[in-house]
Design a protein around this ligand. Structure first.
Ligand code: ADP
Length: 165
């Protein structure tokens, strides 16, 4: 295991089994992992930052070296502030790759002492995204194979509440 403090950033709206897999593997590789929710003032997420944080905290409660946080502004400056030396990103398909490579290069340009590590998604999670889970659940689909049970329950409750408005 590396002694590094790693940051795993994302929107996690909501956290999926693909995310959980990356978090569990990063927790084995690094001494400590911060799952960091990037706050975008222009985006309209389904779950609030507080709700997303709480969901992730409960889903990773079995991992003693993982904490959950939120940040706004530049990810790379957040990492520097936390004294993190590694950014973890999950790679699904080649479509992720081009975007991720560009961001990794940009971050390295700003702070070369903080490196980006890519973990390949497991084959079974290769097509999985939070937006797919939201879409499927929104149309009444069963997402229990794609998100932790807790998330599925909260998703159903959230969609029901939206419908009633
Ligand atoms: P999503 O694309 O699901 O909305 P985020 O924007 O929150 O996810 O992405 C956070 C990180 O998790 C990114 O590095 C993304 O590539 C990775 N990720 C998302 N889904 C998966 C998955 N199914 N397998 C592996 N990594 C994933």
């Amino acid at each position: 295991m590396s002694r590094a403090l790693a940051v795993y950033p994302g929107s996690f709206d909501p956290v999926t089994l693909g995310h959980v897999d990356i978090i569990e593997r990063a927790a084995i590789l690094f001494e400590h992992v911060i799952v960091a929710i990037g706050v975008h003032p222009t985006k309209h997420p389904l779950f609030s930052v507080a709700e997303r944080m709480r969901l992730i905290e409960r889903v990773v409660a079995h991992l003693s070296n993982v904490t959950v946080d939120a940040f706004d502004g530049l990810l790379i400056e957040y990492c520097a502030k936390k004294n993190a030396t590694v950014i973890v990103r999950g790679l699904r398909a080649t479509t992720d790759f081009e975007y991720e490579l560009q961001i990794a290069h940009a971050n390295a340009d700003i702070r070369p002492e903080i490196d980006t590590i890519f973990l390949p998604s497991r084959t079974k999670h290769g097509f999985l995204s939070a937006s797919l889970v939201r879409e499927m659940a929104g149309h009444g689909g069963d997402v229990s194979r794609y998100a932790p049970k807790l998330v599925c329950d909260e998703l159903a409750a959230k969609l029901e509440a939206i419908k009633e408005h």
